[in-house]
Design a protein around this ligand. Structure first.
Ligand SMILES: C[S@@+](CC[C@H](N)C(=O)[O-])C[C@H]1O[C@@H](n2cnc3c(N)ncnc32)[C@H](O)[C@@H]1O
Length: 377
């Protein structure tokens, strides 16, 4: 894949872009196998799942530089210099198509980009998330509500320019900090959820909820988890826990007539979105969703037949790994960090990996997603 910003050295986010994609896949697969050596036998690995190497990225988080009249959308460095990545070839095409209209809206509403050096200005980031059907969720991350009236005044023109926008928010980030969003979103549209149709299951995103950055690969991951159900020693009916469930990706794909799933997630809005999806998908009687810390909830929960864990990069930690080692008949562990995955699996000696597979959620980088299925020895 050719990228002008990479060739000019103005964007290096795709750290291994100069390695041909087939070689990237081979390198990734080999690295994960070596990171998991000792906890996952080499013969249980399946072939790595490749991504489309272009247009795969579901969510763009663009820093805003330049001026209100001529905004730069992309990368802003501490000295204030900026690179526009509007034509970034990894963004979903619906995102790329919407960015010129979003830039015009910034000019029309006079949203002055935040200046990192003088700490003046308002607009810090624009986040755009695309659903597979092209519908969009847009967040304007601003320092304060100073521009709210102007945003509301001109919003109709943005929605007319980009009718695919379903949800728009003003996210407040008052502090000068190296984060890309604040805690509060002020809703600008009637809709507050973006529907994400993934084959037979439709998930819903809130402005702040986590979602995998590569929707096609997320769908492949949930599909593989469904397939693995057939290979696991599950009773009928089966009780499944989906810990760190986010907006319910695994939970909704694994629920079935004889499979009751409890999803546990720390974010209340994500749980509310998952609950809504359970109702829309007609599985609310088979899915229970709980906003809680995964470990605190699990410590007092009854036994389950299968536990799915999909934690943040830090992994599940020794207590939860110890609980799974003692009590879980089967585990599906989906991890975006093979280092913490290896550590956690080392605390689960009573469980044996029967299948492992790397999913290329993050092409052109060294990041990986790995799904491991474990059963009792
Ligand atoms: C890698 S994401 C997985 C989301 C989901 N399984 C999916 O497929 O999209 C990790 C999730 O863990 C949640 N989380 C972080 N700490 C948590 C905790 N202590 N207990 C429960 N959930 C937590 C995050 O809010 C995030 O939604």
């Amino acid at each position: 894949m050719r990228c002008a910003c990479f060739e000019l050295g103005t964007c290096r986010s795709c750290t291994v872009l100069d390695t041909p994609y087939p070689q990237q896949l081979a390198d990734k697969d080999a690295r994960v196998r070596s990171q998991l050596a000792g906890v996952v036998p080499p013969d249980v690995f399946r072939e790595i799942v490749a991504s489309n190497p272009v247009h795969f990225r579901t969510r763009a988080k663009l820093a805003v530089g330049g001026t209100a009249a001529h905004p730069i959308l992309g990368i802003v460095r501490p000295d204030g210099s900026a690179t526009d990545i509007r034509l970034c070839p990894i963004h979903n095409r619906h995102i790329t198509d919407a960015l010129p209209a979003i830039a015009r809206f910034i000019a029309r509403a006079r949203l002055t980009p935040y200046d990192l050096t003088t700490r003046r200005g308002e607009l810090k980031y624009v986040h755009v998330t695309a659903a597979p059907n092209g519908e969009l969720l847009v967040r304007f991350v601003l320092r304060s509500t100073e521009a709210e009236a102007r945003i509301r005044k001109h919003l109709a023109s943005l929605l007319a320019d980009v009718p695919a926008i379903r949800v728009a928010t003003l996210n407040l980030l008052p502090v000068h900090k190296a984060v890309t969003e604040g805690e509060r979103d002020i809703l600008l549209t009637d809709e507050h959820l973006l529907a994400m149709p993934l084959g037979d299951v439709t998930l819903h995103l809130t402005p702040a909820s986590f979602f995998q950055t590569n929707t096609a690969i997320a769908q492949a991951l949930y599909g593989r988890a469904q397939e693995l159900l057939g290979a696991l020693p599950l009773p009928t009916p089966a009780r499944i826990y989906d810990l760190y469930c986010g907006v319910g990706g695994f939970a909704l794909h694994l629920a079935g007539v004889d499979r009751h799933v409890t999803g546990v997630e720390i974010s209340e809005p994500a749980i509310a979105a998952a609950q809504y999806s359970a109702e829309v998908n007609g599985v609310a009687d088979r899915v229970e969703l709980i906003a809680a810390d995964a470990w605190q909830w699990l410590a007092t929960a009854p036994r389950a037949d299968l536990v799915v864990v999909n934690p943040p990069r830090r992994g599940i930690g020794t207590e939860l790994a110890g609980w799974l080692n003692e009590h879980a008949p089967a585990v599906l562990y989906s991890s975006c960090n093979a280092v913490t995955l290896a550590k956690d699996l080392a605390h689960m000696p009573n469980l044996r990996a029967m299948s492992a597979q790397v999913f290329d959620m993050f092409p052109h980088t060294t990041h990986t997603e790995t799904l491991v299925a474990l059963v009792r020895r």
